[in-house]
Design a binder for this molecule. Structure first.
Ligand SMILES: [Zn+2]
Length: 319
């Protein structure tokens, strides 16, 4: 009997050990760099193109860090390119990929070994810059051409604009910015559900900032990603787009009453439900012509900027 029991016990101990190892590996895939401590804002550092905050073992917010932009704008928070990394059991998704300041695919490999798909909130070059590094890429169909027209020279120009004369950071970006690669887009639309294995991302259409803008919602963690569609300063073409965007905000609000964290495209601190109401109040004040705007050049284009509380909306063509 003894002869049989000991190998059986040994086998059990070995299995238990292996089992613990697997569980540990799933919970903490690798030794990660330290996250940005809660309550602090990351600072631009040419040696660290990416920083992150942890929401759970399966959910991270990653950001390229810039500087307050434009530097002369009052109460402007540090400018970031915010991304979400959501890890399922079958695959992972990265929501937006910034300007492609460095090898984001390699950075993400610290968090997961799974295939990673890139989901874009819209086609602007500061949101799709590293899409070409991932296994698949998705964008709203109406934004396909905008996304395809993104290239390294444009992304570098965009970065230099955001950094406004910060030569150390611009020089670092000139070396580290990822190259272009041919890319074929798949499309997302309102109502789509993207299954990552045990975790699901919903798509909410959000036309306004661009025709193909969407928001992504993950209800387990109560988090939404809105790209530039909800932001401290929303840029829109004209009053027609303002009306369209306002309907999108109302639709988003109705579908996200359970959401507590709204990660926008360029701000480290997330929005909450109260920010949705502030965006709508500003939109209403502009449409009812209750407030006047101030003309300002942003991203090389003159815009009429309207401000209410901490929110701003910029119209390119304000008639
Ligand atoms: Zn944009």
């Amino acid at each position: 009997m003894k002869v049989n029991v000991i190998p059986a016990l040994l086998g059990f101990v070995c299995l238990a050990f292996v089992g613990t190892g697997i569980a540990a590996r799933q919970a903490t895939p690798r030794q990660l760099p330290p996250p940005v401590p809660a309550g602090t804002a990351p600072k631009p550092d040419p040696t660290k193109p990416y920083v992150y905050r942890k929401i759970s073992d399966r959910f991270y917010v990653i950001a390229e860090i810039h500087q307050p932009y434009p530097v002369d704008e009052v109460n402007n928070p540090p400018h970031t390119q915010q991304m979400g990394l959501i890890i399922g059991t079958k695959r992972a998704a990265i929501i937006d990929t910034g300007l492609g300041l460095a090898d984001l695919r390699k950075y993400v490999a610290q968090f997961t070994d799974l295939p990673v798909i890139a989901l874009s909130t819209h086609g602007h070059l500061d949101h799709v810059g590293a899409n070409q590094l991932f296994d698949e890429a998705y964008v709203g169909k109406e934004d396909e051409q905008t996304a395809l027209s993104s290239n390294r020279a444009g992304r570098l120009r965009g970065y230099s604009g955001f950094m406004e004369g910060n030569t150390a950071m611009i020089e670092a970006a000139t070396k580290s910015m990822v190259d272009d690669k041919p890319i074929k887009y798949n499309f997302v639309k309102d109502g789509d559900k993207i299954d990552l294995g045990g975790i699901e991302i919903e798509v909410i259409g959000f036309p306004g900032h661009t025709p193909g803008s969407v928001a992504y919602v993950e209800r387990q963690h109560k988090v939404a990603f809105t790209g530039d569609s909800m932001l401290f300063r929303v840029l829109l073409s004209n009053r027609e787009k303002l009306a369209q965007w306002t309907e999108s905000v109302k639709n988003f609000a109705a579908k996200t009453k359970d959401i507590t964290t709204i990660v926008n495209g360029h701000q480290w601190e997330p929005f909450h439900q109260s920010d949705i109401a502030e965006e709508l109040a500003l939109s209403d004040a502009i449409m009812q012509r209750k407030i006047t705007g101030a003309s300002k050049v942003i991203l090389n284009s003159p815009r009429m900027i309207y401000t209410l509380g901490s929110k701003r909306i910029g119209l390119s063509d304000d008639k």
